[in-house]
Design a protein around this ligand. Sequence first.
Ligand SMILES: *Cc1c(COP(=O)(O)O)cnc(C)c1O
Length: 231
Amino acid sequence: MAELSEWNDPGLADRLAAVRGGVADACRSAGRASEDVTLIVVTKFHPAELVAALAALGVRDVGENRHQEAQDKSQALAGLDLNWHFIGQLQTKKARQAARYAHAIHSIDRERLVDALTDLERPVEAFLQINLTDDPGRGGVAPADLESLVERTLTNPSLKLRGVMAVAPLDEPPASAFERLAGYSQRVRAIAPEASAISAGMTHDYVEAIAAGATHLRIGSAITGNRPEPR
Ligand SMILES: *Cc1c(COP(=O)(O)O)cnc(C)c1O
């Protein structure tokens, strides 16, 4: 790994500060405390050196969407005390490996995945990903199946159910999609009152997500700059 000083992007600190300011403004407009909102910086496709530079700027939570890449970076940066959030589609057969480095998995979307994550060495925070579209290929549990996925997760002591996660559809204003997500969050809390977290909000829709109650933002390119092509 290159030395931290070799990561030469003077814009990084400015972009991070701008997003932190934008988050604070959106919280103020929504009448919410900014301490109730966790900023996860999505570092997918970027090298470990960028993650190290972010850590030096005070970032503690980072998001990755591919198992192999996340595993490599988390091992390279094991000394940095970062919380690794897994936010991508997770194959059942890779789930246990991801749970070794992941602080949280935001993409729990089926009972088979819940069942693959039993008897872990340490508990992992679980967000249930909900599909806000009618396209089953988009990832996430169908809203009709939400309650049974909650119940199944609650039977697994290795998973600490935190709440819901979603990505806004491309063909709908994010505000209305996130309003629906807030309704699904209430359905989860009716069964599991402590599972009140809402993981939503990316570069182009985090203001709407905060207005709708998001507690965990997953913001990438606004902070990191454009992503390189996936390797
Ligand atoms: C890439 C990604 C993000 C971050 O996207 P940006 O538009 O770069 O902020 C957030 N959530 C998920 C699930 C992602 O895959």
